[in-house]
Design a binder for this molecule. Sequence first.
Ligand SMILES: Nc1nc2c(ncn2[C@@H]2O[C@H](COP(=O)(O)OP(=O)(O)OP(=O)(O)O)[C@@H](O)[C@H]2O)c(=O)[nH]1
Ligand SMILES: [Mg+2]
Length: 210
Amino acid sequence: MAPLSVGGGSGDRVETVEGGTMTKEPESATRAALAALTATTDDDAVAAAVARARGEITTGVTGRPGAGKSTLVRALSDRVSGPLLELHGVDAPDLPDPRLDVDVLLHVIARGFTDADRAVLTARRSAPTLVVVGRPDLAIGGPEKCDAVRAEDAEAVVGWWTAACATARRRRDLALCAELETVAAARPATRAAVETFLRDPAIAAVRGAS
Ligand SMILES: Nc1nc2c(ncn2[C@@H]2O[C@H](COP(=O)(O)OP(=O)(O)OP(=O)(O)O)[C@@H](O)[C@H]2O)c(=O)[nH]1
Ligand SMILES: [Mg+2]
């Protein structure tokens, strides 16, 4: 697939995102290593950690009231897999702050970029997050240091989302490795299976790429 151009939030900057970078081979090798791990140990803590880590990638849509969240969810609902959740509560005095612990976040802005928008991006730290300009006819200005795209360009949003899911999956796999190391350190009977798993070339590659 050809590289996809995504317009930068500040207007001039252009991020190039490889649409569909989620290659099948490393993913199936990781799955095989995980299957071997769960087949060689009956430790419930290992099974639970693997099940949590390998669940569906979740996508959230945030934005101030009326920013265009529902419009974006409708535009994407047939095009992204896994849960796609509209999350209220950004700059909404009557609502609690939204939970931002989804794997991938699309943050919609309209009528400019405010401190509430900035707080969302800060809270996400390095987790995959895209600023979507939901009502471009009303938007003024924008964040300068993040990926951004217009909501009307659904292809660009989906292309970014595809790459972000691969990143999110890798983050989950890394967290899983750390969790398994903790489990193995506390449980001698599990240690050999986890060590074999961590030595698997597919898993070593995931950890080496971080
Ligand atoms: N002018 C303009 N209006 C838009 C655009 N996109 C959506 N709207 C309108 O803006 C309003 C809010 O859009 P929603 O998608 O419902 O926004 P939301 O963030 O889900 O709103 P809440 O869930 O109430 O916080 C609706 O009346 C939409 O029809 C746009 O590009 N330009
Ligand atoms: Mg809505």
